[in-house]
Design a protein around this ligand. Structure first.
Ligand SMILES: Nc1ncnc2c1ncn2[C@@H]1O[C@H](COP(=O)(O)OP(=O)(O)OP(=O)(O)O)[C@@H](O)[C@H]1O
Ligand SMILES: [Mg+2]
Length: 258
């Protein structure tokens, strides 16, 4: 299962990605979390200290030079098979797996923004990101969850060509649903019809009748435990509401086809 998470700014993309990755690993799946957001928040949301966050790959000039400008030539299709293992950090699971389940590995790759990665930009750092993403998504049997930057423009071919599902995260507000509708349409245009919507901070009501909103959706209520914690801590795992979140995530994972 290889999923991208997209939606308007601040709606909860990173939180949902983090919850799903942890659920999958606790249930025995190996997971790659790909932070494709310039804000680099997926590690923190998963409980990593800011000091332990790896340098974003996009800022690794040494690597870009070594792989893309190999031997003085421009190689936009570099061999990157060794890089995901070398560059990823292991993230501990939030709690013990269920009895009888061997937990999976949860690993984080911090890209630093996939902007234009598939948009015909010949920028060398983007070529490296694109090659690494393609490698992780296509050549691995593990689950891959890509947390995208806010908006729709980042839902470029570079990311979506490789994933097999799109999770559209939204808040219960018209503007957020409008972005969700744009995201859904762009996903469909790129051939991605395995889509689900997560309405975060949901308190009731029916979603507006906008075109291209994913038909299937689930909801997450405002989480008092998270509201209380987030002033001091970016970690969204191990909340008082974690059992409730697990049930929602299990439904979402099944819907996406695992
Ligand atoms: N259901 C919820 N209840 C309360 N707080 C929430 C809930 N979901 C997310 N949050 C909080 O809302 C804030 C934004 O969430 P998050 O970072 O996951 O959004 P995002 O869509 O990834 O944002 P960005 O567009 O900036 O990347 C965080 O502080 C998070 O802790
Ligand atoms: Mg985010």
């Amino acid at each position: 299962m290889k999923l991208a998470f997209a939606g308007k700014g601040g709606v909860g993309k990173t939180s949902v990605t983090s919850w799903m990755a942890d659920w999958l690993a606790r249930n025995g799946h190996n997971v790659w979390m790909i932070d494709a957001d310039t804000a680099l928040s997926l590690g923190q949301a998963s409980g990593l200290d800011p000091e332990s966050l790896p340098l974003p790959i996009i800022s690794r000039k040494d690597l870009v030079h070594e792989r893309i400008h190999e031997g003085g030539f421009l190689n936009l299709n570099p061999d990157v098979g060794d890089l995901p293992d070398d560059l990823a950090v292991d993230i501990p699971l939030s709690s013990k797996p269920l009895p009888g389940i061997i937990p999976g590995r949860k690993r984080l790759l911090v890209m630093g923004g996939l902007t234009n990665a598939g948009g015909g930009c010949a920028c060398d750092a983007n070529a490296l990101l694109k090659a690494i993403l393609a490698h992780v998504v296509m050549d691995s049997d593990d689950c891959v969850l890509v947390d995208l930057e806010a908006g729709v423009e980042h839902l470029g071919r570079g990311t979506v060509t490789y994933v097999d599902g799109l999770v559209v995260v939204t808040e219960p507000s018209l503007r957020s649903f409008q972005t969700a509708s744009d995201v859904g349409r762009m996903g469909l245009e790129l051939g991605l019809d395995n889509q689900a919507m997560v309405i975060n901070r949901y308190m009731g009501g029916i979603p507006p009748d906008l075109p291209h909103l994913p038909k299937w959706y689930t909801t997450i209520p405002p989480l008092a435990g998270l509201v209380e914690r987030q002033m001091m801590d970016g970690n969204v795992l191990s909340l008082p509401e974690s059992d409730e979140i697990d049930i929602i995530l299990e439904q979402l994972v099944k819907q996406m086809g695992l």
